[in-house]
Design a protein around this ligand. Structure first.
Ligand SMILES: C[S@@+](CC[C@H](N)C(=O)[O-])C[C@H]1O[C@@H](n2cnc3c(N)ncnc32)[C@H](O)[C@@H]1O
Ligand code: SF4
Ligand code: SF4
Ligand code: SF4
Length: 351
């Protein structure tokens, strides 16, 4: 019996997994493999294949790296201009890499800013005032084009170390034509970061009150904030599967999401876990449309969409379970193991 599948509508395209920064929180720290730009040959294949799937509406230039580092950034934007193009960026290369014409074809920039002067230097090695100049530059290009777009969203990765900076940051951002501030939680990469998180499994009154204060302050500043959850909820929602999205790595692997895109590690409520890439195929051997329709990938998406997978954070066996140390298998015998995923709990986001 054929298995039903929605068409592919959104693609996270990782033009490079290298970066000009070394942020303290970054998922990339635990990698064993050398970062790499997508080769021109693979890029040609990827673009040709994307064009053959008319249902694709949105391309997110992002992934694990800085898209503006890629020499193929401008060409990609130009060639995919009939799609909605979103760019997730650290914002530090706008003046060097962006032009009015490349910006004209982008619908949304999501820029990572999660602190004021001291925190941005410590956490990202970025000088805050210089970053604001980059944001101003982007706004000037937009004015030059006389267009409403690109919209500008800010992604703030919240932890105990930086959450207080959100108030002065809102004062500054109120003047920068920001559409949304998206607060995502920190997903600790190693045990020393484990206590920096603000979310809890249950009864997180303290954070709820703080978010309430932040929301009220944002109203005064005319800003809109998108908040993550503060504690575990029964509902799970995988933003990748539910939006009919896939992720193409710089090596052409088709993976379901950020979490399963590279080898790495994470700490889930104090429990360290090894992550590995889970690929449904590589574009050098197979067409993207065929990988999307592959029964194994379709079954996986149906399982996640319908919530037919176990849940570790609230499982009675979690303390003794041997399956929680990696993402190889869950206790239903299925792979990969999404049962401990904090993205689907709406703690962690990435547009
Ligand atoms: C991996 S980056 C790639 C795009 C670009 N280089 C940037 O920093 O915006 C995408 C987003 O993931 C966030 N991020 C990185 N490491 C994280 C972590 N350990 N927990 C939560 N978010 C993280 C970044 O702050 C950024 O907003
Ligand atoms: S800028 Fe983005 S990809 Fe680069 S190190 Fe920082 S979080 Fe990671
Ligand atoms: S893998 Fe299954 S048994 Fe083990 S902790 Fe998670 S839900 Fe519980
Ligand atoms: S549930 Fe989590 S690990 Fe599984 S596909 Fe979605 S984001 Fe990835």
């Amino acid at each position: 019996m054929p298995i039903e599948s929605n068409p592919l509508r959104k693609i996270y395209l990782e033009l490079t997994d290298s970066c000009n920064l070394e942020c303290e929180i970054c998922y990339r720290h635990q990698w064993a493999e050398e970062p790499r730009d997508m080769s021109e040959e693979l890029w040609n294949t990827v673009l040709a294949q994307i064009k053959e799937i008319p249902a694709v509406e949105t391309i997110v230039l992002g992934g694990m790296g800085e898209p503006l580092v890629s020499p193929l950034f401008q060409q990609t934007v130009a060639l995919l201009r009939d799609k909605q193009i979103w760019v997730t960026s650290n914002g530090t290369l706008f003046k060097e890499k962006l032009t009015a014409s490349s910006v004209a074809d982008v619908n949304l920039f999501i820029v990572s800013i999660d602190g004021m002067q001291e925190q941005m230097v410590k956490g990202r090695g970025v000088v805050f005032d210089k970053l604001m100049e980059e944001v101003d530059f982007l706004n000037r290009l937009k004015e030059e084009n006389g267009k409403e777009t690109p919209h500008l969203d800010i992604q703030f990765v919240a932890s105990r170390k930086n959450i207080d900076d959100i108030f002065p940051l809102m004062d500054v951002l109120a003047e920068k034509k920001i559409r949304n501030i998206i607060i995502s939680h920190l997903l600790p990469q190693y045990e020393e970061q484990a206590d920096d998180i603000l979310y809890k499994p249950y009864n997180n009154q303290e954070l709820k009150q703080l978010f309430h204060k932040i929301r009220n302050y944002s109203f005064k500043r005319g800003l809109r904030i998108i908040f993550p959850e503060t504690e575990l909820k029964t509902e799970r929602h995988c933003a990748f599967v539910n939006n009919d999205a896939t992720y193409i790595t710089s090596r052409g692997e088709i993976v379901p999401c950020y979490r399963l895109s590279h080898q790495g590690s994470e700490v889930v409520f104090g429990r360290p876990k090894t992550l590995r890439q889970y690929s449904f195929g590589n574009l050098t051997h197979k067409h993207l449309a065929d990988i999307w329709q592959d029964p194994a990938y379709v079954r996986f998406r149906n399982k996640i969409y319908n919530n037919h997978y176990p849940s570790c954070p609230d499982c009675d066996l979690v303390e003794g379970c041997s399956l929680i140390h990696d993402v190889d298998f869950d206790c239903h015998g299925e792979e990969p193991n999404c049962a401990d995923c904090l993205w689907s709990r709406k703690f962690v986001f990435c547009d």
